[in-house]
Structure formats: C-alpha cells, structure tokens
Design a protein around this ligand. Structure first.
Ligand SMILES: [Zn+2]
Length: 143
C-alpha cells in the first residue's frame, strides 16, 4: 500500500497543506502515484483544482508518461457542514467507470479529508483507512 512509503506520506501531507484546508482559499489538490523502473514510488501532482472539484489529467492505459499509475489521490479541504468529507458519488464513478484505471496494480483513489483518509477501490467500494493525522504523521524528526 502506498501509505507504507515515507516519501508518499510526506507528498500527501504536502498536498494536504497546499490545499489550504479550512481557509477561504481552500481548494482541491491531487495527483498520480507512479512507479519508477526500480520499484520506487513518487507523486506527479495534478493542476490545482477548484474549491470542491478537480480535473484528472489524461492517463491513457493506466500510465502517466510511461510510468504505471499505482494510485490516485485528491484532497477534500472544506470541513464546513455543507461539504461532504467522504468520497462523493462523482468521485466513486470516476474510479469505478474509468477503463484507464482498471489495471490490477492500481490500488484505487485516496481521498484525504480533515479527519479521515478514504480509499475508493476499483469495485467502487469505499473504505475508511484511518485518521489523517496519524497516517500522514512524519516518522523522521524535524532536525
Ligand atoms: Zn472528491
């Protein structure tokens, strides 16, 4: 799972901060998690989204450039009561109904909200993986 990688946890934490949660400038951030030839993972960010919407760049054949996409993610930075924290039906359909995200290596789409991180599986099922703060906590000390 991508969250087992320190570099990915740190990139996701950065994306969360960049989405300026709970501020008037709150907007969605997201990206592809891709795999290099040596097996290591890194994030290719998507262009900045709107307050509660983000566009996914082209990813034909489940690839970004020539690298396989192992996961996608986006943030839900608005915690007001009118905003949904969990993945929306649109979010779920975007994963379930995308033939370019149907390869077996694809873990699904991670949705990062203030309290919880959710994962949308290729089947369209949604699971709550755990608390955001705990999952994205840095293991390295701030020297
Ligand atoms: Zn969403």
């Amino acid at each position: 799972m991508i969250l087992e990688h320190d570099a990915i946890r740190s990139s996701l934490a950065d994306a969360w901060r960049q989405s300026q949660p709970d501020s008037p400038q709150a907007h969605e951030e997201g990206g592809f998690v891709v795999q290099r030839d040596d097996g290591s993972l890194f994030v290719i960010g998507w262009p900045r989204g709107l307050q509660n919407q983000i566009l996914v760049p082209a990813h034909q054949g489940g690839r970004c450039g020539n690298m396989p996409i192992v996961a996608t993610f986006h943030t839900h930075p608005n915690s007001g009561v009118v905003f949904q924290q969990e993945p929306s039906l649109t979010d779920i359909r975007a994963v379930r109904d995308d033939p370019d995200l149907s390869h077996p290596e694809y873990e699904g789409e991670y949705v990062i909200s203030r309290r919880m991180i959710y994962r949308i599986l290729r089947s369209g099922d949604v699971i709550a993986i755990g608390e955001t703060q705990r999952l994205l906590e840095r293991t390295d000390s701030e020297a």
